[in-house]
Design a binder for this molecule. Sequence first.
Ligand code: PLP
Length: 565
Amino acid sequence: MLEEFVEKPVIAYFSMEIGIMSEIPTYSGGLGVLAGDTIRSSADLKIPLVGVTLLTRKGYFRQDIDPEGNQIEMPDEWNPEEYLHRLPHKVKVGIEGREVAVGAWTYVLVSVTGGKVPIIFLDTDLEDNLPEDRAITHYLYGGDEAYRLKQEIVLGIGGVRMLDEIGFEVKKYHMNEGHSSLLTIELLRRFRRDIEEVWDDRLVWDAERVRRLCVFTTHTPVEAGHDKFPYDLVERIYTDTVPVEVIKEYGGSEHLNMTLLGLNLSHYINGVAKKHREVSKEMFPGYEIHAITNGVHSFTWTHPRFRQLYDHWLPGWANEPEIFVRAGKIPKEEIWKAHMDVKRELIDHVNRETGVGMDYDLLTIGFARRATAYKRADLIFTDIERLAKIGEGKLQIIFAGKAHPRDIAGKELIKRIFEIKRLLGGRIKIAYLKNYNMELALKIISGVDVWLNTPLRPYEASGTSGMKAAHNGVLNFSVLDGWWIEGHEEGVTGWAIGGGPDEPSDPEKEADDLYRKLEEIVIPLYYTKRDEWIKMMRNSIRMLAYYFNTHRMMRRYVTEAYIIY
Ligand SMILES: *Cc1c(COP(=O)(O)O)cnc(C)c1O
């Protein structure tokens, strides 16, 4: 099955979540979609890469929301047999003193260019295992700390063993965030020197050789966001071959910090935007940290109607997004016509789903992403009366997003939007769409007029949904954080909200700025200077989509991280 892929050396790309399509719910949000886009671009560019992730049979979760705005979570069961092939290979990892068997499935992603990238899904739901071990790979980000550590043992250690078992010759191991950092420990074991050869016990572990093989991408600009495990838990759960004493040497002495482990055993480390690199350098002083700004897979995140437009005016764009630089050739009327087709499709969908009665011709704002406190979905509702005054009869807003089942504040945010919707009493129409996933993301992101993003700085490492919006000529209106610091040019590619990236965040000032710009700039431009508006749409395609894509991103990973040494 995988013969053609094991003939040549590969880059192994490890990620706890990979978003391939909505029908395979083994992703939760931006990290997984980025992993999927990474793989899609690698296939287009024929980069020899293999993805490694977990076969989460019950997915992340399926979201329902009751009329009061309470989130209801259901397992998102799917049938791997419908999409994947089971492989005959099996490996074992040591967990709680048991030998847990790990099986594998594969999905081969095929590009229109003929490029192919296999993805290996690790699965402990095998008859060989005890019921509790069978459940290890069931839920993405489910369970407690112990459950997470078991998953990370399966992903990191099991993943390396599985690639070996299948016959891959791996030239680089790329860790997409710290969840897979234990792969470094398995590599330490593999390159263990014979005790007779060395004069110092610590030199048994050939860390330098492991480093030369590893690339680490961090995605988390907050201390609390990094996976950490207390060592008493590690000692109980992790019963594989490398002594915990050795793990402590690289993963931190107080607790096992998965980011630190990745940093200490990689030769190339990067953040996902320039600002994120600065924040990471402060968080982890002493490490050389690079920046490769994220992107999105242009073809995937362009609505079919806009693909048609680009095929006509910018042939070759999908595999060479630099061609977007010529977007000035596309007549403005054509862009507007395409946009209105996409917008009508979205508004019809919203009205069908929610019965809220939205209008094709009203300025429509979209806000959809994980519902979690720092993303501040409710910043626009800081002063409801002011918003109503500015926007009545002129504005409608579409929301979507899931809160992690244990994120109480995130769930409160969803409830609050439902409450505000009642308070506004239809003066501004609001819809909250359920079960945000890749399919719904493309619908909303491409069909609104303005893509709003109001994270608390500097918590948005990069953000990618705004890049998707730009691919569809949708204008960004966002706090200067993550990628937007690099993409923003005021009044040209979109608008900023609040102060510069280095000023401390001030929610009141930001809300005020948001209202002021809505009232004085965004709304008047939309209704009275449509020509200027469409010019900005075209600028977004020309100046943002041409750069913020995973083709550019992957070319940089190849030249800066993969082919050194
Ligand atoms: C792109 C995407 C995200 C990431 O959105 P951000 O606004 O960058 O956080 C999350 N979820 C889904 C389903 C996506 O498609």
